[in-house]
Write a protein that binds this ligand. Structure first.
Ligand code: NI
Length: 177
């Protein structure tokens, strides 16, 4: 278990499509998840995808209790999601501010599906099947994008709404992620 370096935007490894996990409940998978959890906790992130630590597997973790960074967000349960499949429930998109540990210090206004069903597996291969909205829907879409080599700046519709935390939100003491 270790806190791993997080790759930053510009690293070509963040642009790869990650491979599906084929074996569950293995020591290798558990070691990967432990490193991801340690890294996310150390950086106080709301989510992390395996490619962000240079591991090109379809594995994401996320979860949020309360956050200074996302003060309006409702809590999201701590989740390990493997080989995820997303299914938007309708066409409604909602714009919201996002940051990313691979794009430190910046924020952008990103459209995401308001409501979606997602399916996948936990680390033991048990099925996860949830219908979500709000910040939960947003964080899943952000993390799963990482598995397809997409970083949130590619989703911004109007680049006037992309900038540095301290310039966009001068009254908030946001951390550098
Ligand atoms: Ni990210």
């Amino acid at each position: 278990m270790a806190i791993r370096p997080v790759l930053k935007m510009g690293d070509p490894r963040l642009l790869q499509s990650a491979a599906p996990v084929t074996a569950f409940g293995t020591p290798e998978l558990q070691a990967l998840l432990t490193d991801m959890q340690d890294t996310m906790a150390a950086l106080q992130g709301a989510g992390l995808a395996a490619p962000q630590i240079g591991e090109s597997w379809r594995v994401v973790i996320f979860g949020l209790e309360r956050s200074l960074r996302y003060p309006e967000a409702l809590p999201v349960p701590r989740t390990v999601l493997i080989n995820p499949v997303l299914e938007p429930l309708d066409d409604e998109m909602v714009e919201g501010w996002e940051g990313c540990l691979s794009v430190p210090g910046l924020r952008g206004l990103v459209p995401r599906y308001a409501r979606l069903r997602y399916r996948g597996f936990d680390e033991l291969g048990q099925v996860i099947d949830r219908t979500v909205d709000g910040f939960h829907s947003r964080v899943v879409q952000h993390e799963v994008d990482h598995l397809d080599g997409i970083l949130y700046p590619q989703r911004i519709r109007d680049l006037r709404y992309f900038g540095y935390n301290e310039a966009l939100f001068p009254d908030q003491d946001l951390q550098d992620d």
